[in-house]
Design a protein around this ligand. Sequence first.
Ligand SMILES: [Zn+2]
Length: 431
Amino acid sequence: APFIAYSKAWTPGTNGAIRAKCVRAKIEKKEDFDKYRGKLAGMIVILGPDAEVKPIIEAPYSRLDEKQLSEIGDYKIPSEKDAFRFSEYRKRREFQKELSKFLADEKAVAVVDHGMVEGGGGTVFVAAGGSWKPGEKVQVPAVTVAVEQWDRIARLLDAKKDVELELNIQNKFYDDEPMQYNTIAELPGSDKKAEVVMIGAHLDSWHAGTGATDNGAGTVVMMEAMRILKAAGLQPRRTIRIGLWSGEEEGLFGSQYYVQQHFGSRPPVNEPDMQGAPTLLRREAGPVTTKPEQARISGYFNVDNGTGRIRGIYLQENAAMLPIATAWMEPFKDLGMSAITLRNTGGTDHQSFDAVGIPAFQFIQDPIEYSTRTHHSNMDVYDRLQMDDLKQMAVIVATWALETANRDQMLPRKPIEKPLPAQPDKPEDAK
Ligand SMILES: [Zn+2]
């Protein structure tokens, strides 16, 4: 029977069709390696926790209701924030590397896991299976298959039946030209043209779909906002600049490098994994040093939560923005934009700007089918875009960019977050 299967990013192909027997392996930590030593050679390794497939009871589609919108508005003044645990993240990465090496040393011919989504139904969430760095190539081909099909293999293996799979994976690495590019364009301002307002979204995406909702949606919204501003023949006071970022999915690389070049940076981090990597989000790297351009950018607006229309805005703990955002939202209430929250939101490119003290915001959007179906999945395709939602977003982004450009003052700023002390790698180091 054919499978719904996708190669994981940065894993090799099979060099023609291969056929091999399957073996189930439950490897969650290094100590588990011993159980499988000598048993994986020439085999396709069926990896992953037991699959629990449940019927899809709730509609995968949703919009935010009034209750949810008012809950987003709740905001608790935080005590000093927990730092993102880079040491834990590093440990997980280390384990993934050790696992890849173990599977290669054991001469496994391929790895098959499942997309972990309970509902299944043909949607496969698939991301990276190795490193994008040319020197850190994973040796064993790896695919993610639909959870029901993964479970069929697992059931047969549990019942001590032989299972054979045939795989033919054709992958290509583009190592000759590893450079990726941001796309920048601008509408020149008039009396305040030396000052800038930026809008942006990321142009890169995962490979199982076409990246329509993550983040083709944000990209077309930003391009359409620029088109509206130009077509309307408006002369903004400040320059309005669009940034379409690359490398967002690898760690906000495009926007971080752009911000480092133009607005400010933190010192480099002396870790093997971080050679030449941007460090804006690593508060323990040290204090932010700003550049002169940082004083001339008023704000940055980002869209990166799928195709759903804008329902409000995250103010990123910038309380002075509250009256401004409230006034700017007023004309869009009948288009469904009504929620303001002081909350932080993360995971996308506004963070690169926020890190160096630039007022930088991401909008609150309706989920539509983002987490249930399209985000990083094989179903992130054109047909899942909602045209009316995209139009609503473009109109709001264009207006907010123009308001920011034409305001007498620049947007109010919050203080740049102080550096954190270096984090211990192991809890016992903290004693
Ligand atoms: Zn995204």
